[in-house]
Design a protein around this ligand. Structure first.
Ligand code: PRP
Length: 180
């Protein structure tokens, strides 16, 4: 039913599996004996974080934050509102922020700065998708699944008006869906 609204599959289920395996192996190696705190930024993080953590063969703690950026006019202002804070002390912890996508970088920049300010020992980003052409602030995610062009994509956590997050792949939405 959802598939009929998709113009093109950009990252398939098989590719997502490969990405999770690759990044999971890399993270397991880099964070062995560090007991990282893996933080998901709701809601887009859910499917990828879920898969990625099961591909990491090390001890970890998980936590969530819900942040949203205010949108004034057609541009997001970069003002971030924390709807749900972490609730776990981050002092001296190694943190892995998991995301579905990094676009302008504003959300992640604010969260990284906040966690650093609170005393985290290290903060890195693991994201399924990176859209470097969209970047407004300087931000380099260390663990990137795949780079995508400046297209509006949905699925695997990414939504259009809260829908399509549950697609098992990442795809480009047909223009008629958002033009109607
Ligand atoms: C999306 C995405 C990232 C952020 C990326 O979240 O999950 O958190 O935008 O964009 P940026 O790099 O331009 O800041 P959104 O605010 O749409 O909330 P959601 O995860 O609940 O969909």
């Amino acid at each position: 039913m959802l598939e009929k609204d998709i113009l093109e599959v950009l990252v398939s289920e098989e590719q997502i599996e490969e990405i999770a395996q690759r990044l999971g192996n890399q993270l397991s190696e880099d964070y062995r004996d560090k007991f990282p705190l893996v933080i998901g930024l709701l809601k887009g993080c859910i499917p990828f974080m879920g898969k990625l953590m099961t591909r990491m063969d090390i001890h970890m703690e998980v936590g969530f934050m819900d942040v949203s950026s205010y949108h004034g006019g057609i541009e997001s202002s970069g003002d971030i509102k924390i709807n749900k804070d972490l609730g776990i002390p981050v002092q001296d912890r190694h943190i892995i922020l998991t995301e579905d996508i990094v676009d302008t970088g504003r959300t992640l920049k604010v969260v990284m700065d906040l966690l650093t300010y609170r005393g985290a020992k290290s903060v890195e980003i693991a994201t399924l998708l990176d859209k470097p052409e969209g970047r407004i602030v300087t931000l380099e995610p260390k663990y990137v699944g795949t780079t995508i062009p400046k297209e509006f994509v949905v699925g695997y956590g990414l939504d259009y008006e809260e829908k399509y997050r549950n697609l098992p792949y990442v795809g480009i939405l047909k223009p008629e869906v958002y033009n109607k």
